[in-house]
Each structure stands twice: as C-alpha cells, then as structure tokens.
Design a protein around this ligand. Structure first.
Ligand SMILES: [Zn+2]
Length: 298
C-alpha cells in the first residue's frame, strides 16, 4: 500500500509503499500553470499508471540510482533531466554498474538483482543540468542545488514559492549517509550536509522513510542524527582497530550493514566505505598501516 499523498501548494508528495522504504520511495509532483514535473518517479508510481501515466511534461532526477528511476516508463515522452555527472547511469544497466563501480561476477549478480526488482527503462536521451539550474513551470520554479557525495551528480531541489526542499537520498534515515559506490565521496557528502543545513526552506521531503518534515527544528534534529552516523561508524572502526586488522577482516565485521542483511553488493559497499575512512584516519595520524595490509590504532 502506498502512503497517502501530501499537498503543499502546487506540490504533491506521492507517498511510496511502506513509507518509501527501499525499493520504494516518495516522489514529487509539481503542477505549474503551464507545465507539470515529476521528481524521482519511484516504483510505487507504477501502480498509478492510469492516473499519472504520460501526464508529466518533464522528469527531474536527484540522481541516477535504480530506485529513483523505477517509474520512468510512465513518462516515456517527457524529457528527463539529471545532473551531468550522473548521466551515465541513465544510459542503461551497464552505466549504472559504472556508478556502483562493479565489474565481473558482482556486476552480473547485481545486474540480475536490479532487473528483477525494478523496471529499468534506459534514457540515453536524458539531458544534463548544472548547479543552479531552474525549471519554470508557470507560477512554480524548481531550483537545483548540486549536493554530491551519495553520487557525483546528486542534487537537492527547492520548489518555489512553497519552499519545499526535496532531499533525494540525503534521506535522514537511521541507516545514515550512504557513500559506498565508486561514484560516492565521504568528504563531499559531509559538505552537502552542511549545504542543506544552510538552505532556506519551509518543508523538507526525503525520498525514503522520513517523508515530509514541516518544522525546521525537527529537520535540524534529524539531520544531526543522520550526520552523527558517520562519526559513529568511525568510532566503531577505531575500536575494532585496537588490535591489528586487515581490510578483509573489517569488511567481514561490517560497519555499514547489519549482520543479518543479505544483498549481493554488501562487501563492495563495506569496502568502499572503509577505504575512505581508513585513508582519512591515516592522514590524521589516528591509525597506521603495519606489514601485510594490517591497520592498527596509533
Ligand atoms: Zn541513491
């Protein structure tokens, strides 16, 4: 069951199944006087084909991940816009694997998993935009803020005049920031958290879980908790490095996913996440690398 829609002026939050829990998500519909835009068409929109299919004049994407593009098939005639650094993800499933940074057998398994879960509709005709781009819909403007880290091209959108800030996958969940792709970057993610903290808005919408937030104090509290997950992961790594450990030992221990989680790409995400933290901790002189690829607390 999809959650009920939520209206804010010309903006409609199209609530996803299970409150937008992955693989679903919360999309936005912005109905201007001249044009309508859909933002991040989720898997849940496929159940609303009759109501929404073909009715958007443009599709805007916060980034190219599979769960944000799952409903693209409903809008085959509408131009698709995404930040130019994520365009490759729209070119097809191989482009998506490039964003993940997977090759060989892992790419095979992930490809099969994505194709089974999602309706993948490649859009090699997608058009790239830049930071600061504005989409005028008539009485409504969607303004782009480049907020990389989750992916290189990840953006948040502010819909004006309502002041609705669509956060994409800076999603404020208890899972915490995800920066586990080849296309991800921890330091960029931290800068993007600071960027959105400073943006004027009246309402905040995240693609997953949290949904609609209507008070700045609540948004700031959620953002604080979300950002703290980065520090908590790092603290857990440092505690584990009280004894010398290799990267494979750390990957097996898991610092991102819970022990019970079963997805084909978990080890790859743990590795990419760990590599970024280890490089930073080494640079800060808080850990050192011993012989045979073992790391230890200084
Ligand atoms: Zn994503």
């Amino acid at each position: 069951m999809s959650a009920a829609d939520h209206r804010i002026g010309r903006v409609r939050v199209l609530g996803g199944a299970q409150n937008g829990k992955y693989p679903a998500g919360n999309s936005l519909w912005v109905e201007g006087t001249e044009r309508a835009a859909v933002i991040d068409p989720s898997l849940s929109l496929l159940e609303r084909r009759e109501e929404l299919g073909g009715r958007a004049d443009m599709v805007l994407l916060s980034h190219a991940h599979e769960d944000h593009t799952a409903g693209l098939g409903l809008f085959a005639n509408a131009p698709v816009h995404v930040h130019h650094q994520d365009l490759v993800g729209l070119s097809g499933i191989d482009g998506l694997m490039q964003i993940y940074g997977y090759g060989g057998e892992l790419a095979e398994r992930t490809r099969a998993w994505v194709l089974e879960q999602f309706a993948q509709v490649p859009r090699p005709d997608a058009v790239g935009f830049e930071d600061g781009a504005c989409f005028e819909l008539g009485g409504s403007t969607v303004r782009v803020f480049h907020a990389p880290g989750h992916t290189r091209g990840h953006c948040v959108f502010r819909i004006e005049p309502e002041g609705v800030l669509f956060l994409g996958d800076i999603e404020l969940s208890s899972f915490g920031p995800y920066y586990g792709d080849a296309w991800s970057d921890l330091a960029d993610f931290e800068r993007s958290i600071e960027l959105i903290r400073g943006l004027d808005a009246n309402v905040w919408v995240s693609f997953h879980h949290v949904g609609v937030i209507e008070h700045r104090a609540v948004f700031l509290e959620r953002l604080e908790r979300f950002a703290a997950r980065i520090t908590e992961r790092e603290q857990a790594m440092l505690a584990f490095l009280a004894e010398p450990r290799t990267l494979p030992e750390m990957i097996a221990h898991r610092f991102v996913y819970p022990a019970h989680a079963k997805l084909p790409f978990i080890d790859a995400v743990e590795r990419r996440t760990l590599e970024q933290h280890l490089a930073r901790l080494q640079q800060q002189g808080r850990i050192s690398e011993l012989e045979q690829g073992r790391y230890v607390l200084v």
